[in-house]
Write a protein that binds this ligand. Sequence first.
Ligand SMILES: [Zn+2]
Length: 245
Amino acid sequence: MKIDQVSDSVYVVAGTNVNWALVSDDRGVTVVDAGYPADTAAVLSSVSQIGHQLGDIAAVLVTHAHLDHIGAIPALVERAGVPVYTGAEEVRHAKREYLQQITPLQMVGQLGSRRGAVWVAQTLRACVGHIGMSVPTAVAADAETLAALPGGFVAVPTPGHTNGHTAYFMPSEGVLFSGDALVTGHPIARETGLQLLPGVFNHDEPGALASARSLADLGAEVMVPGHGLPIREDLPALLGAFAKS
Ligand SMILES: [Zn+2]
């Protein structure tokens, strides 16, 4: 686990090939995404490492309900009664009314390359015992609720990676939590820099591309992706170039 403060209130934590973020202000803490199940202890410990207690957590915001973004939620709900908010459509995914996630067969397909084989092994280790988990307490957050959370957020519907994928923008510090709508790296990707996740992860590739391009319109200065390093410099130019690519 590595904690990187990217703005006055925002801390990005790198866990098992995935990021989550902690947003801290005088109202408490908002957790954005929650790592793999095996990251649970790290998620809890990251909250104390930035000087907060579990009781300070006002909510978990979920960009989408893949296993690498919801892992610590059962512990946060059980131990601190934390509310879980996501996009209206993603609520159904979080409750596993349907599943839009890489299949076991598609994972086997990654074993052909060395980087793919390493990623599969790490992923299985990070999920073991929790493959079937869901988030029964997930609810949709309205605009007023999101604005009143520590940090203050606006939901940005970004369908494609999943139908209900939702990015979050924090206007007060210009921070975009892009989730998996737009990332800067992944263990099975060759390059770093602004990119979509490899196609095997996206439920609707054209939709994912359109959503990612639309993120340039927000006026964000800092981007916190679900995978890869945050971007703190030249973000408007980088997003603009991506939108035209
Ligand atoms: Zn992810």
